[in-house]
Design a protein around this ligand. Structure first.
Ligand code: MRU
Length: 368
C-alpha cells in the first residue's frame, strides 16, 4: 500500500542484504519511522515489543529472524535455539508457529553452507504469499460488501465496524479485514468505517485510523464500548475483523473485545465476518478455549501514551498506583456468532465442514 505516494510493504529485505527493514509501529500514528532488524535478537525484540504486530506480520518477521540467525551461525543447535527464541515471543498468533516450522523445515534438510540463503528465499516467499492471499481475501470480501450494498438499496454509505488493526500494517500487504474495505472503496462503493480504538494499545485509534486516512477511506474512531449503541441504532451494516488463530471448527481468537462486538452483532442482527488467510487456521485445535491468551504488561492498562498538542511524547497514569491491573490481549468468539469466514479460497461458514470444504488437504488431520 502507499504512504505519501510511495509503495510500502510492512517488512522488506534491506538493499545492503544485511537486514530486514520494518515500519516501527510503536511510533505511529505520530511518526513514520523504519527500523533495521540485523540479528535474531532484533527480530525477537521487534515482535515482543510490538514494533511489528498482527498475526501474519509476526510470522513474516519470525521467518526473517531465522534467516538472520542462520547467516551468523547455521548449525543445528543455533537453528533450534533461534526457533525456540522466536516461538517464545508471543503466544497467541498461530502464524508465528506456522512460519517458524515452515522455515525450519526448509533449512534443516540442507547443508550448513546453504542454510542462510534458503531461509532468506523462504522468508521472501512467505511475504509474497501473504500479500497474494490478502489480495484474494480482498476480492472475496468485495463480493460480500457488494451484496450488502445492494441489500441496502445502494443508498447512503455502507457502514462497516472493525476492531483492532487487521490492515496492511498487520500483514505484509493489503491486510485481511481491511483488504475488502480498500477494494470496495476503490470500486466506488461508499464505505464508511467505525474504528474501535482498541484499548489498551489502541491499534484501532493509532494504526487502522492512520491506514484508512492514508488511503482516503472515510472513518471515525469510536471508544470500544460504542459498538453496541451503533449496532442497536442501525448504524452498522456489517462488522469485519481479523483473527490471530482460528480453530478447525471455526472458533475465532482475536484482539480483546472482539467477542463483545460479536455478541452485540448477534443481538442486533448485524452480520459479523472474520477475514483470515490459511496459515491462521490451527488445525490441531477443535475448541477455542484451548487457545493460549496472551497477558501483557500491566503498564499498558495503567498508563496511556500519547503526544501532547505541543508535540511532546508522554505517558500518563490513569489508575490508582495501588490498584492491581490485568491485561488480557485476546478473546475467543465462538463459531456460532460468526456469520462467515472470508479466506483467500472463498467465503465459508465458520464450521468444521465449512473450513474442510475450502482446505480439503487438512480435513483428515484436523483435531476432533
Ligand atoms: O496484539 P496485536 O496487535 O498483534 O493483535 C492483532 C490482532 O488482533 C489482529 O486483529 C489480528 O492479528 C489479525 S491481523 C490481520
Amino acid at each position: 500500500m502507499k504512504v505519501d505516494g510511495i509503495s510500502y510493504r510492512s517488512i522488506w529485505p534491506a538493499e545492503d542484504g544485511a537486514a530486514a527493514e520494518i515500519i516501527d509501529q510503536t511510533r505511529l500514528p505520530h511518526d513514520f519511522v523504519t527500523a533495521r532488524l540485523e540479528t535474531l535478537e532484533d527480530a525477537a525484540h521487534a515482535i515482543r515489543a510490538m514494533l511489528v504486530r498482527g498475526a501474519p506480520l509476526i510470522g513474516a518477521t519470525a521467518a526473517y529472524g531465522l534467516w538472520l540467525a542462520m547467516s551468523r551461525d547455521p548449525s543445528d543447535e543455533n537453528l533450534e535455539r533461534a526457533a525456540e527464541t522466536l516461538l517464545a515471543t508471543r503466544p497467541t498468533a498461530v502464524n508465528l508457529r506456522w512460519a517458524v516450522e515452515d522455515v525450519r523445515r526448509h533449512v534443516a534438510a540442507r547443508p550448513e553452507g546453504e542454510r542462510a540463503g534458503a531461509a532468506f528465499r523462504r522468508a521472501g516467499e512467505i511475504c509474497d504469499d501473504d500479500a497474494e492471499m490478502n489480495e484474494s481475501i480482498g476480492r472475496h470480501g468485495l463480493e460480500v460488501f457488494r451484496q450488502a450494498w445492494k441489500a441496502k438499496g445502494a443508498r447512503g454509505t455502507l457502514n462497516v465496524l472493525t476492531h483492532c488493526n487487521a490492515g496492511w500494517l498487520a500483514t505484509v500487504d493489503w491486510g485481511t479485514a481491511l483488504a475488502p474495505i480498500y477494494m470496495a472503496h476503490d470500486a466506488g462503493i461508499p464505505v464508511f468505517v467505525w474504528v474501535d480504538e482498541t484499548r489498551p494499545r489502541n491499534q484501532g485509534a493509532g494504526l487502522t485510523a492512520w491506514e484508512l486516512g492514508r488511503h482516503g477511506v472515510p472513518h471515525k474512531v469510536i471508544v470500544d464500548n460504542a459498538g453496541g449503541l451503533l449496532m442497536a441504532r442501525g448504524e452498522v451494516d456489517l462488522c469485519v475483523t481479523g483473527t490471530d488463530r482460528t480453530t478447525a471448527t471455526g472458533d475465532v481468537c482475536n484482539k480483546i473485545g472482539t467477542y463483545l462486538k460479536a455478541l452485540a452483532a448477534k443481538d442486533t442482527g448485524v452480520p459479523f465476518y472474520v477475514a483470515l488467510p490459511g496459515p491462521t487456521i490451527d488445525w490441531s485445535l477443535a475448541d477455542g478455549a484451548a487457545i493460549p491468551i496472551e497477558e501483557r504488561d500491566s503498564r499498558e492498562v495503567s498508563h496511556v501514551p500519547g503526544r501532547t498538542d505541543a508535540g511532546e511524547d508522554t505517558s500518563v497514569r490513569i489508575t490508582p498506583p495501588d490498584s492491581p491491573v490485568a491485561n488480557f490481549g485476546f478473546d475467543v468468539t465462538p463459531a456460532r456468532l460468526v456469520t462467515a469466514l472470508i479466506t483467500e479460497r472463498g467465503v465459508c461458514p465458520a464450521s468444521r465442514e465449512g473450513l474442510a470444504a475450502l482446505y480439503p488437504e487438512h480435513a483428515a488431520s484436523a483435531a476432533e
